[in-house]
Write a protein that binds this ligand. Structure first.
Ligand code: FAD
Ligand code: NAG
Ligand code: NAG
Ligand code: NAG
Ligand code: NAG
Length: 562
């Protein structure tokens, strides 16, 4: 049995319905891998759960809209994890969520929230209701200190109601008694008030010191923090005037200054914490340390077998990957677009036309693309939401995307390679296919369609920006031959490979970024000086990406393909 296992994917690939192979068909339901989870203090939400979470009116929400396949989002993830774990201390007022716009079911959601780039950070106030769509406030930075600061500022601008944290400065007439009155509720755990002096124009005193002390003491539910802007405030509270800037008052009438090691919110938090410790009051426990993530289970026996097959020379291109790319383009990427402007519409029809003419899908897949193309040609423009309906109606009853998994683009860890890899594969395939008779697409049109796709639809914002810059720098629009088109994309892809080679987060150690093709795979592609021999590269690409040479490995059947 053990020895028979490596062939399992092939058997299962060919006979999807074999009871032996439950994993293949169940794959869509497998627990979704995403960049974050609860141990990061980031709860992943989706089309079902985001809105209800936003309507919770007891706290603010920080939502990261992301694309799990995009390198930029992957590189931001470790930074955001540190930040969100730290902000667990603000949990009474702030929940942190993630939404993966790369999941098909979320495309309408990300469109509704007008997500034009990923990652996008949005802050939502507690009072969001379901009556109108509220887009939240964009936080335009990836610097964790700025995010922290901006979020603190946004949190502090809300009224959380009686008995809840209060960010307004103390009014001159307020006293310890009047303060405790707002906590009369027997349920209220508040036993102490800390009062921080935050004078607006004191150079030796950090601005927002009161706000920050309040926020960082949130884990102590027994203490409420207020700040005051007038130095004589402590007199109202029964303390003799002094140079101290921090005092604490008990429900029992006790009152005292607290001495801190410095005039910083950290030092104030520490001083109050030590005081409370003596009263035997402890903070809410912090977020438990993250569990060791066990990626080992990711490579189940099937994936191991696929990986072994893919790593076996010679290099091959797999139809399963082309299908995956087109599947995601049609069902996720194209549907997210919000506007219906002219440039968008042209880019949409261009990519559909090119894929339709050079279609690697089965007969049903050809019907789908032809229908889409015809339907689009009868319109002047179309909205992303209508496109969703159009795609759904056009593929109704057809069997097109069957395997729904990456083969040549399999990663050795979750979230590596996959969609962007399949996209490159599709693009190269299209340039090679365009060069063959009957040459339905004029030279340059595939590159033009890719450029339009990058500009309007590509969910990896950073990739799209870089690609458009490259298009200008490398004169994409001046490419006027089929072979030139193949080589342009090859060289552009190599530029990207060079730029991101060795990135510890996005590079798959089993698929290192190289200047492609390797000299093992194509010895004549480089001359004795190591310089490219373009004719040989062209020959290699034309053979590797030729439709006739595509591998069916991993697809349920070869039936229905040409
Ligand atoms: C248009 C575009 C722009 C991108 N820009 C960025 C970016 O700016 N920053 C970033 O971090 N990521 C970017 N990415 C993602 C990145 O290029 C990879 O797709 C991702 O890191 C996964 O890499 P991979 O190992 O699967 O190989 P990929 O680079 O995705 O390549 C897929 C397959 O194509 C073949 N191949 C490799 N090089 C060539 C070549 N020169 N010519 C022909 N075939 C080749 C190989 O078989 C390889 O396995 C971009 C992706 C796309 C589609
Ligand atoms: C909005 O919320 C209210 C109260 O929960 C509910 O009664 C109403 O049906 C909701 N409206 C919509 C459009 O969901
Ligand atoms: C934090 O934000 C405030 C405005 O709320 C600003 O004045 C201050 O300079 C910011 N501090 C940092 C470190 O960014
Ligand atoms: C792009 O075109 C300009 C002018 O036509 C030329 O000078 C430049 O060398 C070209 N760049 C590339 C990379 O082909
Ligand atoms: C398919 O690949 C082989 C070698 O891998 C090559 O000899 C052949 O020419 C290719 N077929 C086409 C149609 O390019």
């Amino acid at each position: 049995m053990i020895r028979a296992l490596p062939t399992l994917p092939i058997i299962c690939g060919l006979l999807l319905l074999l009871p032996l192979c439950p994993k293949v068909s169940a794959q869509a339901n497998a627990k979704e891998v995403s960049l974050y989870d609860d141990t990061d203090n980031v709860e992943m939400l989706d089309v079902e759960s985001l809105r209800p979470a936003l309507y919770q009116n007891t706290h603010c929400k920080l939502v990261q809209f992301l694309n799990s396949f995009c390198g930029d989002c992957q590189r931001f993830a470790p930074i955001f994890k540190v930040l969100s774990r730290d902000l667990y201390k603000w949990r009474r007022l702030l929940r942190i969520y993630g939404v993966d716009c790369a999941q098909e079911r979320n495309s309408a959601l990300c469109r509704d929230y007008n997500i034009r780039q990923t990652p996008t950070l949005r802050f939502f106030r507690p009072d969001v209701t379901n009556t109108t769509i509220v887009y939240g406030t964009d936080i335009f930075t990836k610097n964790p200190d700025f995010i922290n600061n901006i979020t603190a500022n946004l949190i502090s601008r809300n009224d959380y109601g009686p008995g809840q944290p209060n960010f307004l400065p103390l009014k001159p007439g307020e006293t310890a008694e009047s303060l405790f009155q707002s906590y009369q509720d027997a349920q209220s755990p508040v036993k102490f008030f800390a009062v921080v002096l935050q004078e607006p124009s004191r150079p030796d005193h950090p601005i927002n010191i009161g706000r920050n002390t309040l926020l960082d003491l949130l884990p102590y539910k027994e203490v409420a923090v207020r700040y005051a802007e007038q130095p004589d405030i402590f007199a109202n509270f029964g303390l003799k005037p002094s140079n101290e800037n921090l005092a604490i008052f008990g429900k029992d009438g006790s009152a005292q200054y607290l001495t801190s090691s410095a005039d910083t919110s950290e030092a104030y938090v520490q001083a109050v914490g030590e005081f409370l410790e003596k009263q035997n009051i402890k903070p809410e426990p912090p977020l438990p340390a993250p569990k060791e993530k066990n990626d080992g289970s990711f490579l189940d026996i099937q994936k191991q077998a696929i990986l072994a097959e893919v790593l076996k020379p010679p290099e091959r291109v797999y139809r399963a990957d082309l299908e995956q790319a087109i599947d995601k383009i049609l069902h996720v990427e194209l549907q997210k677009w919000v506007s219906n402007g002219e440039g968008y519409y042209r880019a949409l029809t261009n990519i559909i036309t090119v894929i339709s003419d050079l279609n690697p899908l089965n007969e049903d897949g050809k019907v789908l693309l032809t229908t889409l193309r015809k339907e689009l040609s009868t319109k002047q423009t179309i909205k992303g939401s209508d496109l969703k309906t159009l795609v759904a109606n056009s593929e109704d009853g057809l069997g097109i995307f069957k395997a729904r998994r990456y083969i040549g683009c399999i990663g050795s860890r979750p979230l590596l390679r996959s969609f962007t890899c399949s996209l490159w594969t599709l693009f190269h395939y299209l340039t090679v296919e365009a060069a063959k008779p009957p040459q339905l697409q004029p030279p340059g049109s595939v590159l033009n369609a890719i450029l339009g796709y990058a500009r309007y639809f590509f969910g990896c914002t950073d990739c799209a920006v870089q690609f458009q810059q490259m298009a200008i720098r490398r004169n994409l629009t001046s490419v006027k031959s089929y072979d030139g088109q193949i080589l342009w994309l090859w060289a552009a892809h190599n530029e990207v490979n060079q730029r991101i080679a060795g990135d510890p987060i996005t590079e798959d150690p089993k698929f290192k970024k190289i200047q492609f093709p390797s000299s093992e795979n194509c010895p004549p592609c480089r001359d004795s000086n190591g310089e490219w021999v373009n004719e040989e590269v062209l020959k290699y690409l034309k053979s590797l990406y030729d439709k006739k040479n595509l591998s069916f490995y991993g697809l349920p059947t070869t039936m229905g393909y040409d």
